[in-house]
Design a protein. Structure first.
Length: 637
């Protein structure tokens, strides 16, 4: 990649959007196009403070993240975006307003949400619209920022042609008053603020053009009679498994898959062995990839549920084998035409996100689950098959498959010859949802370069304007007001001061927000062609806010700081005032810093280097005796 706004490959372009813009993105692509690989690259390479969440425990474990409900501490159920008085109209539905008003995050969680720059939601096809609106409302409230998602950049990853969101019928009867469909893109915040859609198109799982074309035509509701006939040539209702070929059955329900696996295991003569997984720390059962109680017999068909690590990899996620022997607790697995494998236990970790002392977002391991990385594999559900690859599989599309499930099942298999259909596939069972087809409008790859440059320019301006964001002055004041010693004092003169300061800060925040909107509007009209006009507005804002902040905040604070404290409690309060004054003075310093950033013209070829230099937090305290103001943390409370 060069230093400007362009990038060489689609992966590079997406990484550039993540690191050098604040553009919200929906990253999509057919099954097997590398979405998971790209997510891994983003986690490894991006400099942004990020969190990865997913709608289910299994999806969160696959993404090495946490669930949405766990991260945001949300109750189970559905959320209504309307008036709070509707909260009790139906059991199991809570108003979004009440969720936000009832928030009780601890200081650590608040710090995490305020430091967050990038929120990644994996398997977003399963996320409902109301959940997206809750996330938006929480982030706006906690971050005191009325931009979509509180100014946090969103990366949504998933394939809308695969598994849809689940909504209880009785819940949806109520939610449908506010939403056109349950899909995430119907969220009010996304309807008002469309996402940039980027589609990965190169398929890595399948290599047969014939099979890839069939899968593509299914996605687009355009399967031809000839393609359907070719697919149905794989119909074999009398297929009988053999020792050489015993394909896994892909079913729609857990109960059915479990019943098939239990029946097949029971049919095998011999001793049944039980292997119990070990849990250390916090590990939710819903996130367990392997079974906590694994029951096996010699001759059982199994599937690996994890990729092997190291250079000499013997198995992959979805590889089928057989239990050759179980001797003294040692499990040996055999594969057709390959060497046997002595099985070893694997471990899965559960994580939560925290901020460290330097305000970096870190993933902290809170639990571990240890078990053999296999499960019985005569049958598996559609949900559990996501992300897996099979050499062969049996699919019965006549058994209550919903929209998208036939596509998911078919796309798990590498080749057309690896498919065995227990029932013929009709055009009706292949029907994709009209809402999805209507919504999908991915950008052309050629367009992305110009969009990237435009978004980089917006991001540069936002990084400048962020220094005029005054919400830290409000949160700093809240720390003083809620301090136990201040509450205990309960002095009228302090109450009056806090009321005055609160009103002044709130009014200034409103003015600062209005100023930022005006500058963005000016930029939208002429971009950086009129950079001097933008600079003039920033210079004027610096003069105005410095004067107002000094008069409305610093002068009243200094007046109280100069009063000699009468006791230790007043001395402690005075110490809090001094810290708060420093927060305010730091903000003025940052405004001065911001006013210098666009004085020299910023050229397109320099956008990336400019962003790399300026997107990290700016220090406002000297770290040497000479007063060098290059690097220090701003978080004083």
């Amino acid at each position: 990649m060069g230093n400007g706004g362009t990038a060489t490959t689609i992966f590079d372009k997406i990484l550039s959007f993540i690191d050098y813009t604040n553009q919200n993105i929906f990253l999509t692509g057919k099954a097997g196009t590398g979405k998971t690989t790209l997510l891994r690259q983003i986690k490894e390479k991006s400099s942004k403070k990020m969190v990865v969440v997913a709608p289910t425990g299994v999806a969160a474990m696959n993404a090495k993240g946490t669930t949405i409900n766990s991260f945001f501490q949300l109750p189970t159920g559905s959320f209504f975006p309307g008036d709070i008085s509707l909260e009790n109209l139906q059991s199991g539905i809570v108003s979004i307003q009440s969720v936000v008003s009832d928030l009780s995050y601890n200081r650590e969680k608040l710090s995490l949400l305020r430091e967050l720059k990038l929120l990644v939601i994996d398997e977003v096809s399963m996320v409902r619209c109301d959940l997206m609106d809750v996330i938006d409302a929480i982030l706006r409230s906690v971050r005191k920022n009325n931009e979509p998602f509180g100014g946090v950049q969103l990366l949504l990853i998933g394939d809308l042609y695969q598994l849809p969101p689940v909504a209880k019928r009785e819940d949806w009867a109520f939610l449908s008053k506010a939403y056109a469909s349950p899909y995430f893109f119907e969220a009010h915040v996304i309807r008002r603020n469309p996402l940039l859609q980027i589609e990965l198109t190169t398929v890595f799982r399948q290599t047969e053009p014939e099979f890839i074309n069939i899968l593509n035509s299914i996605r687009n509701n355009q399967i031809s009679t000839d393609a359907l006939a070719l697919l149905n040539e794989r119909y074999d209702p009398l297929f009988s498994a053999s020792d050489e070929l015993n394909p896994i059955i892909i079913t729609s329900h857990n109960a059915e898959a479990n019943a098939i696996n239990k029946q097949k295991l029971d049919e095998i003569p011999g001793t049944e062995y039980t292997f119990t997984g070990e849990v250390n720390g916090e590990f939710r059962e819903a996130g367990m990839m392997a079974e906590q109680v694994l029951k096996l017999k010699e001759g059982a068909q199994i599937m690996f549920i994890k990729n092997d690590t190291g250079e000499d990899r013997k198995f992959y996620n979805g590889k089928i084998g057989k239990v050759k022997s179980i001797i003294n607790g040692e499990i040996c697995i055999s594969f057709p035409g390959e060497d046997d494998l002595q099985l070893e236990k694997s471990s899965w970790q559960s994580f939560e996100y925290k901020t460290d002392q330097d305000e970096a977002i870190v993933q902290q391991q809170v639990g571990e689950f240890s078990q053999y990385p296999i499960k019985l594999a005569w049958a598996v559900t559609i949900h559990k098959s996501q992300g897996l690859t099979f050499d062969s599989a049996i699919i019965d599309a006549g058994k209550s498959f919903i929209a998208g499930q036939v596509y998911v099942a078919l796309s798990r298999v590498r080749t057309l010859s690896g498919l065995i259909l227990k029932s013929k596939i009709s055009t009706e069972s292949l029907r994709s949802n009209a809402e999805v087809i209507s919504y999908m409008k991915p950008a052309d790859e050629e367009e992305l370069d110009s969009i990237l440059v435009a978004e980089q320019e917006k991001y540069i301006l936002q990084l400048v304007l962020d220094h005029f964001t005054l919400t830290r002055m409000l949160s700093g004041l809240e720390v003083i007001v809620s301090h136990p010693e201040v509450v205990k004092l309960n002095l009228p003169e302090y109450k009056s001061l806090f009321t005055q300061l609160n009103k002044s800060v709130t009014d200034l925040i409103t003015l600062a927000d209005r100023f930022q909107m005006q500058v963005k509007k000016l930029h939208k009209e002429s971009g950086f062609k009129e950079q001097q006009a933008l600079q003039d507005r920033i210079d004027s804002a610096l003069v105005y806010f410095k004067k107002e902040i000094t008069m409305l905040l610093l002068n009243p604070l200094n007046k109280n700081i100069r009063v000699k404290p009468k006791n230790k409690v007043q001395q402690q309060v005075q110490s809090l005032f001094i810290k708060y004054r420093q927060v305010i003075e730091n903000r003025i310093t940052l405004m001065h810093f911001a006013a210098e950033l666009l004085k020299e013209p910023v050229k397109v070829g320099d956008y990336r280097s400019w962003i790399s230099k300026h997107q990290l937090p700016v220090s406002t305290k000297p770290d040497t005796a000479s007063g060098n103001q290059e690097s220090v943390t701003l978080q004083l409370f």
